[in-house]
Design a protein around this ligand. Structure first.
Ligand code: ACO
Length: 703
């Protein structure tokens, strides 16, 4: 559990000590002092260097101990072997936040040194940012403690980056893209302070309208998920998460020492939190810039206006891809756009004002949706034509953009053509008008805007939990651990299902032939019989399973045969008995799983079950802190959901009980600390009202 933090002081300190400050231009210890001074930081700057003297007019102290007043932040810029002593002095002095720029810790295998530093700092109540970082910038306090850019363009995007080099590059690239920053922080190895802590500051920062995160690996998934969910409630969060591919994940591991988790899990959880995951740097920048300027859409009635059919079709495809809805009321569209559209144009959305349209026609057509209360967003397209008065292209866009902004209507432009068009894009982009060279780029921005607002309109952060008999589950685990096992036997797995209320086939363990007959008669024929032995994991291979047993005589025969086969298979196997189970009727086989993910914490999974799970890979994931609505969304994401709805004339299956079972599995994985993995496969689903049967349950446990 992390202690209470005051992240404000990290970004808006009253004083900073620069340990390893240097008077030699070109050294990092010099650049940090220079950037602090040139950035206009109004707090106290204390350069620390045993050689004393002055750096850029600031008195140099031999040691942090000599500083007369309190110190909020220290920046450590001495070689790794000197870092512990430097941090120790700062922590002893009571410095609240210590940012360690130095590299050479867990990212190169020096894990112990990193732990030693964090443990000491924590013991004194200090927090560590990094190591392996480039520093912190906050526009609010003119605090530039980075060693990179002296000039950072100020604006409304806050960047949290795990990679330092990429962060420095982003400072430059955002400036080129005319995106100003409200803050940027490099998190590096995140030995202590992580994204969740930094989100706390940028979410509250009034200057910040959009947050951009570059993430490689996630530590402490539950905190991350909670902080990210809280952030997207307040402002859009764009996430660049690398390590999608196997090689990419391996590269991340050797870069900041973090393991990138399974990408489909990360992807699902980012969506569940309402974050906007960008594919590329350029897409992330496009979104950040657009989202910091765009008004909130009032509804989801979008309109495309174009002078070319081809680009209109491309934009229509892009709308489908990015989830932008198109308005379809023909009467209204005709009413609004007929004055700007020739007879041979099209008044169906996309509105095609044809290749003959000049700037006046565009002005007329694009002014209409800005003021119409029937349309909520405009996607304006232009293909260069010989008839268009090209000197009026930029003024027309500027004018219609302003009309949209005046009425709070989001608009994007995609204009395609030669150098005049490309020049217009550069000019208008520098004025923050959302103009792109490709309709996909433009509509991807509109899609991001809709995803953010739609998510917040319908978001429900409540978490559903089921009542489970925790004591009964703990007892099963105690027994298995006492037996020296880290997995539960099949019947113990069924005990856990029973304790959680997940429907299971009738079953009982028989210790004798008479017992087996009694059990079978109580459960009802036909039954299945299976050996129960920790020494026989592959029961069928050992001849330890008998199916479709119809009567008493067959029970007797099967009992004797199983005992005989298993003894022959493994003479010293300890046999605890024979499980007599209900022979489960055919239904739709699904899988429900839950586990403690090393990065994301407790997660849950559902999808198509049976023996082809690995081949079909038709499963979806969520954080296990979810509600029934989210559980349904997860199931509905899989292709096999169609089977639950009732394919080929079959009745709909009992989706309600599937959702119950997902919530129950989630509750187990969240509440039972010693269960690490649950896999119920298959769980057979019957028609509505007839429930499910969890046939095979595998559970892994830890001490
Ligand atoms: N207290 C204060 N100052 C000290 C102390 C001390 N106990 N001991 C030494 N110093 C001084 C040195 O005398 C020196 O000052 P000088 O320039 O006046 O001689 C200064 O501290 C720095 O020490 P050096 O030994 O000269 O170390 P150097 O500057 O070469 O390297 C550094 C230090 C930059 C921290 C290096 O070890 C390092 O880690 N570099 C990588 C940094 C990095 O890239 N971080 C990740 C950023 S993100 C990204 O990927 C870009």
């Amino acid at each position: 559990m992390k202690e209470e933090s005051n992240m404000n002081l990290l970004f808006e300190p009253r004083s900073i000590a620069v340990v390893g400050a240097s008077s030699k231009p070109g050294k990092i210890g010099f650049s940090v002092v220079r950037n602090l001074k040139q950035g206009g930081f109004k707090g106290k700057i204390y350069p620390i260097n045993p050689q004393g003297g002055e750096i850029l007019g600031e008195q140099v102290y031999n040691s942090v101990k000599d500083i007369p007043g309190e110190v909020d932040v220290a920046s450590i810029i001495v070689p790794a072997k000197l870092a512990f002593e430097a941090v120790k002095e700062c922590a002893d002095k009571g410095v609240k936040h210590i940012q360690i720029i130095t590299s050479g810790f867990s990212e190169v295998g020096e894990v112990e040194l990193e732990h030693k530093i964090v443990d000491y700092a924590k013991s004194k109540g200090s927090r560590i940012l990094g190591p392996n970082i480039f520093g912190v910038f906050s526009a609010t306090s003119n605090f530039n403690s980075t060693f990179s850019a002296t000039e950072i363009a100020r604006g409304h995007v806050a960047i949290l980056t795990q990679s330092g080099a990429l962060g420095i590059a982003m400072i430059g690239k955002t400036a080129v893209n005319n995106i100003g920053l409200s803050a940027i922080v490099s998190i590096g190895n995140k030995a202590d302070i992580d994204e969740a802590d930094c989100l706390e500051y940028v979410v509250k920062s009034e200057l910040t309208k959009v947050i951009l995160m570059y993430v490689e690996g996630i530590k402490g998934g539950e905190r991350f998920i909670e902080a990210l969910g809280a952030a997207t409630r307040v402002k859009p969060v764009v996430v660049l998460k690398s390590g999608r591919s196997k090689r990419g994940a391996a590269a991340a591991a050797s870069h900041t020492g973090s393991l990138a988790g399974a990408d489909e899990i990360t992807d699902a959880i980012l969506k569940q939190c309402g974050a906007l995951r960008a594919e590329s740097l350029q897409e992330a920048f496009n979104w950040c810039k657009f989202l910091s300027n765009a008004p909130e859409p009032k509804g989801n009635r979008g309109v495309i206006v174009t002078n070319g059919g081809g680009i209109g079709v491309m934009a229509t495809d892009a709308c489908e891809k990015y989830g932008v809805e198109l308005y379809d009321d023909q009467a209204v569209l005709k009413d609004v756009f007929a004055p700007a559209t020739p007879e041979f144009g099209s008044l169906k959305n996309p509105i095609d004002i044809t290749g003959g349209a000049n700037s006046a026609a565009y002005d007329l057509a694009l002014s209409a949706p800005a003021v119409s209360d029937k349309m909520d967003a405009t996607m304006a397209l232009y293909c260069e034509t010989a008839t268009f008065d090209s000197e009026n292209l930029a003024p027309m866009i500027r004018n219609t953009y302003k009309k949209h902004m005046d009425t709070g209507t989001p608009v994007v432009y995609a204009i395609v053509g030669g150098s005049a068009v490309e020049n217009a894009i550069v000019t208008l982009s520098n004025e923050n008008v959302p103009v792109f060279a490709d309709p996909y780029d433009a509509i991807s921005c509109m899609g991001a805007l809709y995803r953010h607002h739609d998510f917040n309109k319908s978001r429900d952060d409540s978490v559903n939990e089921s009542k489970i008999d925790l004591a009964a589950i703990e007892k099963v685990i105690d027994k298995a651990l006492a037996d020296g096992r880290t997995f539960l036997l099949a019947n113990e797995g069924q005990d856990v299902m029973r304790a959680a209320g997940i429907m299971i086939p009738g079953a009982a363990i028989a210790k004798s032939i008479d017992d087996a007959v009694k059990c079978a008669e109580k459960i009802g024929y036909p039954v299945v019989m299976k050996v129960v032995s920790r020494d026989i994991l592959h029961k069928s291979d050992a001849g330890g399973v008998a199916l479709n047993i119809e009567n008493k005589d067959e029970v007797v025969d099967a009992y004797e045969a199983i005992m005989r086969n298993c003894k022959a298979y493994k003479a010293d196997a300890v046999i605890d008995g024979i499980e007599v189970c209900e022979m489960v009727k055919k239904g739709t086989e699904i899988i429900i799983g839950a586990r403690k993910d090393p990065q994301m914490g407790p997660i849950v999974m559902a999808g198509m079950g049976g023996i082809y799970v690995e081949v079909m890979k038709d499963v979806a994931f969520r954080s296990a802190a979810l509600n029934r609505g989210e559980a349904l969304k997860m199931i509905a994401e899989t292709r096999s959901y169609a089977l639950l709805l009732g394919a080929r004339g079959e009745d709909q299956k009992d989706i309600d009980v599937v959702i119950d079972s997902v919530i129950k599995a989630s509750t187990i994985i969240r509440k039972v600390s010693r269960i690490s993995d649950i896999e119920i496969n298959p769980i057979v689903v019957y028609e509505k009202g007839k429930g499910v049967k969890a046939v095979d349950v595998r559970i892994l446990i830890t001490k």
